[in-house]
Design a protein around this ligand. Structure first.
Ligand code: NAP
Ligand code: FE
Length: 359
């Protein structure tokens, strides 16, 4: 067993300003990577205020695309080089946070071309600070960055491990997010827990994270189905998401994430929603005792309740049979994903996971 979580996490109200002496002095100039809406919830203002307080210069890129691509990363690297930045701050959901890591890697290896992104080897990168504004990816603590590869018509995780130096998690940035964003990203976090728990690489440490985190996640269900949210609800949603990130850091994800990338690339289904469709089938395919344990931890009496809950939140999945077939064949050829799954994965099992996503 191993446990390695080198990111320093501050998870509390006002943490961006409160701990700026540490993170805002990582260099003389910061590149801020964010998106148009991600920047509008107070997070960017807090970050700029903190940098100003310490006399640290900055340049802002606020056009991060959802599911960032290799091309975008390379374009923003040019901006960072021109501006001579020495650290990178991601503000937003997984898209800007993952992009920040990939850009920090490419800024460090400034002589390398885009092919380096997918070459195993030197993981050195400029320091990264992450400020999450959704409650799904846990990217603020994971070493992963997932980019869109247009040439392959899908998405894939970089082989590099880029741990953020700081994660600054404040639930207040989620208070105004649309319900759809909240639901989709909370389902992504649930996917991380389930895929980390039902995983060949699970250990006592990763299960400890899942067991506590699933209970926290479970306590937010009423908000997900439509109850008015308080800032404390947002705190719990974000806490669950960060803990889920720590869990997948140690185990990786499994079939639902692998299957989801095709749906996101071809049909533009948001990441968490695309993952969520495949969760009932993945839980159903697990060994009976594990399935019962997972359902108990997330607070469902049985499989049927869980499936109905997911369908109620996400609605029906629409996907061409050809696309699902491509996803199934893609997974069967993806050894890295298959080795995370603790049961034998056949075409029949994958088809049944896809069927459960549809009816
Ligand atoms: P996202 O793509 O970062 O953001 C989704 C949408 O939410 C965007 O339209 C964004 O707007 C908006 N948004 C973000 N924060 C908001 C706020 N507080 N208020 C209002 N709107 C807000 O979504 P995500 O689900 O968090 O991230 C998905 C990405 O993360 C995918 O690329 C996925 O593959 C990756 N991922 C990474 C990991 C990891 O371990 N690193 C794990 C799972 C998934 P703007 O674009 O206008 O800002
Ligand atoms: Fe995810």
């Amino acid at each position: 067993m191993h446990f390695y979580m080198p990111t320093k996490v501050y998870s509390e109200r006002g943490c961006v300003r409160k701990h700026s002496q540490e993170w805002a002095t990582l260099g003389k100039k910061a590149l801020i990577v964010t998106g148009k809406s991600s920047a509008k919830n107070g997070a960017l203002m807090d970050v700029l205020g903190a940098l100003h307080e310490h006399g640290t210069a900055s340049v802002v890129f606020d056009e991060t695309e959802e599911n960032p691509s290799i091309e975008m990363v390379m374009q923003v690297r040019e901006l960072g080089l021109m501006e001579n930045v020495d650290f990178v701050i991601g503000i937003g959901g997984g898209s800007p946070m993952d992009a920040a890591k990939a850009i920090a890697l490419m800024l460090y290896h400034k002589e390398k071309g885009a092919e380096f992104l997918y070459q195993k080897g030197d993981d050195a990168a400029l320091p990264v600070v992450e400020v999450p504004t959704t409650c799904g990816t846990g990217s603020e603590v994971t070493p992963y960055a997932i980019l869109t590869i247009h040439a392959k018509r899908t998405k894939s995780s970089l082989p590099h491990r880029i741990y953020p130096a700081y994660a600054l998690a404040d639930g207040k940035y989620l208070l105004e997010a649309g319900r759809g964003i909240l639901v989709n990203t909370a389902i992504d976090a649930l996917g991380h827990f389930i895929e980390s728990y039902i995983n060949t690489n699970a250990t006592d440490y990763s299960r400890m994270l899942c067991e506590y985190g699933m209970k926290v996640w479970s306590s937010t269900k009423s908000v997900l189905i439509g109850a008015e949210r308080t800032v404390e609800d947002c705190d719990r949603l974000l806490l669950a998401s960060t803990i889920a990130g720590m869990a997948i850091t140690h185990t990786g994800t499994a079939l639902p994430h692998g299957l989801s990338y095709y749906l996101t690339y071809e049909n533009h289904v948001p990441h968490g929603k695309a993952v969520g469709y495949f969760l009932p089938g993945y839980v159903a395919a697990a060994e009976a005792a594990t399935r019962r344990k997972v359902l108990e931890l997330i607070g469902f009496p049985d499989q049927a309740y869980f499936t109905a809950f997911i369908h109620r939140l996400l609605g029906p999945m629409e996907a061409d049979p050809e696309l699902l077939e491509r996803a199934v064949q893609g997974i069967l050829a993806n050894e890295a994903k298959l080795k995370n799954v603790p049961f034998s994965v056949t075409e029949d099992i994958l088809e049944s996971i896809c069927r459960m996503a549809q009816d």
